[in-house]
Design a protein around this ligand. Structure first.
Ligand code: PEP
Ligand code: MN
Length: 338
């Protein structure tokens, strides 16, 4: 931590600041220029609240040098984390596609869409059985029945299942049917939920919160890693900004930033990030170019009557075309689509 003092900090204030830092367990390096004194406080204290120093008299600014997350950081683990789920790898050279409806709606629907996913060569079936909806009056998902249908459809077509877990009480149930847990944007900082999920050995995809900084997002991943689950992937799904022509703002730059700061794989979800069908393919192409390790796409064959998120769902043929385009882009950067 670097502590920059006010120009006019008195010797007494400086001594007080130094004493506080030493009491917190830091080693101190003081350097005094003509105008200002700068104090280097050395010591790894991941949870330290820098405001404790910022409020001391005579302090102008405080900067953290090391990131507050440890297990998630690139300095902790240099090589990329590769998550193996059955015969699929996420985080390696292949880019794994995840596709399916927003919600599981019926047996017929999920089997039809699982077939589309498999025919496209994709390996991971998405679909919500427990839905986090902004309105309590909207469709809330089929629950366990939806999980059963999704598992059956995935097994029929040799696919892997990813589905959202919203509450601690659902963990055991969902683990029976799913291969990857999805933590939704609205639950990114549900610390009791993510801590419990961290105790499982099922891979987890952690979506970025609607207004979460990248650091907060990585801190939530840290919660799960600290509990022992090493198979954590992060999913950029758009953040809330002042823009209204898109549902959210797709923060593409988060992809290279996370790759630099962390060894964890990054999934991109252009469906929720944009909210409109015509924006999904361009942003999916951009996400592959930006280095995403996996792309999640919502699809539907009757989007007009979809129970949720119909306007952002790609039609089966659109998805198949997109997969081919993404493969070309992946090839251009030394990767391939899965
Ligand atoms: C979803 O994937 O269906 C979903 C609800 O996503 P998010 O949590 O990103 O809104
Ligand atoms: Mn959705």
């Amino acid at each position: 931590m670097v502590v920059i003092l006010e120009n006019n900090a008195t010797e007494q204030q400086i001594e007080n600041i130094v004493k506080h830092l030493e009491d917190y367990g830091f080693q101190i390096h003081r350097s005094s220029g003509v105008q200002r004194t700068i104090i280097g406080a050395i010591g790894v204290k991941p949870g330290f609240d820098t405001r404790k120093v910022k409020i001391l008299d005579g302090v102008s600014d405080v900067y953290r040098v090391t990131a507050p997350f440890k297990l998630a950081s690139r300095s902790f683990q240099e090589g990329n984390t590769i998550i193996k789920v059955k015969d699929v790898e996420i985080g390696g050279t292949s880019i794994a596609m995840m596709a399916g409806p927003c919600s599981v709606e019926s047996e017929d629907q999920i089997f039809r869409l699982a077939k589309v996913v498999a025919e496209s060569g994709s390996k991971i079936l998405r679909g919500g059985a427990f839905k986090p909806r902004s309105s309590p009056y909207s469709f809330q998902g089929m629950g366990e029945e939806g999980l059963k249908l999704m598992r059956a459809a995935a097994d029929e077509y040799g696919l892997i299942v990813i589905t959202e877990v919203m509450e601690i009480s659902q963990i055991e149930l969902i683990e029976k049917y799913a291969d990857i847990f999805q933590v939704g944007a609205r639950n990114m900082q549900n610390f009791s939920l993510i801590r419990e999920l961290g105790k499982t050995s099922t891979p987890i995809m952690l979506k970025r919160g609607l207004s979460a900084t990248i650091e907060e997002w990585l801190m939530s991943a840290e919660y799960m890693l600290a509990q022992g689950n090493k198979d954590i992937m992060l999913c950029e799904r758009g953040i809330r900004t002042f823009e209204t022509y898109t549902r959210n703002t797709f923060d593409l730059s988060a992809i290279p930033v996370v790759h630099k700061k962390s060894h964890l794989p990054v999934v991109a979800d252009p469906s929720h990030a944009t909210g409109f069908r015509d924006q999904v393919a361009p942003m999916a192409r951009a996400a592959v170019a930006a280095g995403a390790d996996s792309i999640m796409i919502e699809i539907h064959d009757d989007p007009e009557n979809a129970m949720s998120d119909g306007p952002q769902a790609l039609l089966p043929e659109e998805y198949k075309t997109l997969v081919q385009e993404l493969n070309l882009i992946a090839n251009a950067i030394g990767r391939k689509l899965l």
